[in-house]
Design a protein around this ligand. Structure first.
Ligand code: ADP
Ligand code: MG
Length: 451
């Protein structure tokens, strides 16, 4: 950690002693690739649009250089406007960034405030009037305070927009335009996401003169540590399959994504009927309910959280080893973010996607993003009849291959056994999915024989 000049250590990245101490105390040992790349660039005051895959450590990559550049000695004691402004598209992510930043902010003697709507406006205003250094906010609420002159955007030294492309998806771009428009050229602007879209780059170019584009991973890359499985399923059997997967695979902490709010309620109800403890997170719920659901899920009180895509962005939930897509999201790149809630910081993760025949067109569209990484698992009790042996995406119309015998090399390969490599032994070895997939193959071949 103390090693100087070596970007593979935090010390070598020229972070100051106070920040290094907090990093050490928090158990961060070596910087991730995006931190190695971005921290020096941002410490030099450069504005940047940066993309790196989900779970790669972007938060500290934008946070630490900004905090370091804010010189605490130059501060009046009270009544000053914030100098670092971090915008997040969702309240939950704003809250998380606030929590991640807290130990660093405290150590440097700064004050920070979280502005995220849902009541407490007066309390927020009071804090802003007393003077703060760091503001973490959702865009709409931020603008309310800017318009009430609690925040002076002209005086801002650093602006960070996290999950920038989601700002467009959520219709927040006019807020961003306004905020960018009010800032001076000298201020540093940093825009990050795992999926930077052309619209984001266009917005950045319109407002930032000297802009660096930093691309750690190809846009939309899914971490190699995530293993994906696709389950063809009859639409009416989705909830039953979901419950079956959770119980038969003994899944401990499961994040289920659905497209629509109503569906979230319905799926949660179906799971509760199976006696699961289930939380719900979607935009129609009250702020307090959203907070409670996420907290209870983080703390393990709920085994399952059923959420819409608002929970797909940025959330870092420890020990979340399985994401289940109940359907395919409206916005293609949301799939990457959904799946990116697992397999974070190099840990292994599993993403299961349930697809009914009605969604085949969307699936084909999505396949461009997925590449050939996805393995289809056909469960005869749930799969539509006509895909029982072939799967939806069955790679090239295969040379009429017979259904593999369970003990043949191919038939025995499991969905977790990526690229035919021998699996390392992991804590996930308890996963019965290996057996399940073998059973499936067996059942498949039996089913065939019976016909
Ligand atoms: P991203 O924003 O790229 O999706 P996050 O910033 O949320 O990723 O970080 C993902 C996870 O990695 C978090 O749990 C975080 O604590 C962890 N993490 C970040 N930086 C490091 C590091 N240098 N060493 C180990 N873990 C890290
Ligand atoms: Mg993030």
């Amino acid at each position: 950690m103390e090693e100087k000049g070596n970007k593979r250590s935090f010390g070598g990245l020229k972070l100051n002693t106070a920040l290094l101490q907090v990093l050490e105390r928090q158990g961060y040992e070596t910087p991730t690739p995006v931190q190695q790349r971005l921290i020096p660039v941002l410490l030099a005051g450069t504005s940047a649009v940066a993309s790196a895959q989900t779970g790669s450590g972007k938060t500290l990559a934008f946070l630490l250089p900004a905090l370091q550049q804010m010189n605490p000695d130059a501060l009046p004691v009270t009544n000053h406007y914030p100098r670092l402004f971090i915008l997040s598209p969702t309240k939950e992510l704003a809250q998380q960034i606030f929590e991640v930043s807290m130990p660093f902010v405290r150590k440097l003697g700064f004050r920070s405030v979280l502005l995220q709507g849902g009541g407490k406006r007066n309390e927020e205003s009071r804090k802003l009037e007393q003077g703060v250094d760091v503001v973490i906010a959702t865009p709409q609420r931020a603008l309310e305070h800017i318009e009430a002159r609690h925040i002076d955007v002209k005086g801002l030294k650093h602006l960070v927009v996290d999950e920038a492309d989601m700002m467009f998806d959520m219709g927040f771009v006019s807020y961003l335009e306004k905020i960018f428009g009010m800032m001076t050229e000298r201020s540093q602007k940093v825009i990050v996401s795992a999926t930077i879209t052309p619209r984001v780059v266009k917005l950045a170019k319109a407002h930032i003169k000297a802009l660096r584009r930093i691309e750690l991973d190809p846009p939309g890359k899914i971490a190699d540590s995530v293993t994906q499985m696709l389950y063809p399923v009859v639409k009416s059997k989705k909830s039953a399959l979901l419950a079956w997967l959770i119980s038969s695979e003994n899944l401990k902490r499961v994040l289920v994504f659905v497209r629509k709010k109503e569906l979230a309620d319905g799926v949660a109800e179906a799971l509760r009927a199976w006696d699961y403890k289930v939380g719900i997170l979607h935009g129609e719920r009250m702020h307090q309910e959203r907070r409670k659901a996420l907290r209870a899920f983080r703390e393990g009180e709920y085994q399952i959280l059923v959420a819409t895509d608002i929970a797909a962005r940025g959330l870092d939930i420890s020990d979340l080893d399985v994401v289940i897509n109940y359907d395919i999201p409206h916005v293609k790149h949301d799939f990457i973010h959904r799946v990116g809630r697992t397999g974070r910081a190099g840990k292994e993760g599993i993403a299961m996607t349930l697809v009914s025949p009605e969604e085949i067109e969307q699936l084909k569209d999505l396949q461009k993003v997925l590449g050939s990484k996805i393995k289809e698992v056909i469960l005869p009790d749930y799969a539509p009849k006509d895909v029982k042996s072939r799967g939806y995406l069955m790679q090239p119309p295969q040379r009429r291959r017979r259904t593999p015998k369970p003990d043949s090399k191919k038939g025995a390969s499991s969905p977790l056994n990526k690229k035919g490599k021998k699996r390392k032994t992991t804590k996930r070895d308890g996963f019965k999915i290996l057996d399940a997939s073998r059973k499936t193959e067996k059942q498949n071949s039996r089913g065939k024989k019976r016909k």
